[in-house]
Write a protein that binds this ligand. Structure first.
Ligand code: KIV
Length: 272
């Protein structure tokens, strides 16, 4: 299904909150470049996250830790130029918001001013509240991120589910409420039990966006390369593969190589 430019208005943070209130599920994906962002936007996605997962997907690192503010500015600029409708949210990378609320505020401002995103996302609960307050009071919309927060991977020690103990679950619930009070417009819940995501969703009036958090969140997000089946190794349970692009691309490239070897490409119709 293609969604035409005339039928869709630009998605705003206010619109996402209205979607929650009306019970309309919010569809989000990551994007890191212009051509992909244009496709995802015209296919109807509500939110495009320029995620720091760019560190894994594009840069080939094991973690998101090496991603810099300059990388996020660059990738956001490429996405912004290709998108007409989706809200563009940019991840604040590791160490761009942890040092002090003032530094977080300055860096979020750079992402909006220099890169052109409509909102920023940062990971964590209590420890980022002051930064969230400072940003939202000054007109920078903030999406929060709780549960498995990949920038803390070295502290967690693994990518396993979070919020499975009573203590952790209670902390996630408290954090979600505090983040809403601090002004966040949405909360990503990553890899938490479905029942916990359902409780958090019911306890706040801003949308929850789930990834590995079950069906009761107000919206869902996936890394676009995961849902398109680009990887043969990374197959977590929470990813539904809507295509098998790894196989499609491999077969296309094999045919191209064979055609070049046989002098069958280019043909007369492809030559001047
Ligand atoms: O960086 C990212 O892609 C994310 C999503 C997984 C939510 O934070």
């Amino acid at each position: 299904m293609s969604v035409t430019n005339t039928t869709r208005k630009r998605v705003t943070t206010r619109r996402l909150i209205e979607m929650k209130a009306k019970g309309t599920p919010i569809a989000c994906l990551t994007a890191y470049d212009a051509i992909t962002a244009g496709i995802l936007d015209s296919a109807g996605v509500d939110v495009l996250l320029v995620g720091d997962s760019v560190g894994n997907v594009v840069q080939g690192h094991d973690t998101t830790i090496p991603v810099t503010l300059e990388h996020m500015i660059y990738h956001t600029q490429t996405v912004v130029g290709a998108v007409n409708h989706a809200l563009i949210v940019t991840d604040m990378p590791f160490m761009s918001y942890q040092v002090s609320p003032q530094e977080a505020f300055r860096n979020a401002g750079r992402l909006m001013k220099e890169a052109g995103c409509g909102a920023v996302k940062l990971e964590g609960g209590q420890r980022v509240l002051e930064a969230v307050r400072l940003m939202t009071e000054s007109g920078i919309p903030v999406m929060a991120h709780l549960g498995l927060t990949p920038q803390s991977i070295h502290q967690f020690g693994s990518y396993k589910e979070r919020g499975a103990t009573d203590e952790e679950a209670a902390q996630i619930k408290r954090d979600a409420i505090a983040l809403e009070q601090a002004g966040a417009f949405a909360v990503v819940l990553e890899k938490v039990p479905s029942h916990l995501a359902k409780e958090v969703t019911a306890s706040i009036s801003i949308p929850t966006i789930g990834i590995g958090a079950g069906p009761d969140c107000d919206g869902q997000i996936l890394v676009w390369t995961d849902m398109m089946g680009m990887s043969t190794e990374f197959r977590p349970r929470f990813v539904r593969r809507y295509a098998e692009l790894h196989d499609v691309m491999t077969s296309a490239v094999q045919r191209y190589v064979a055609d070049v070897r046989k002098h069958e490409f280019p043909g007369p119709e492809e030559s001047y």
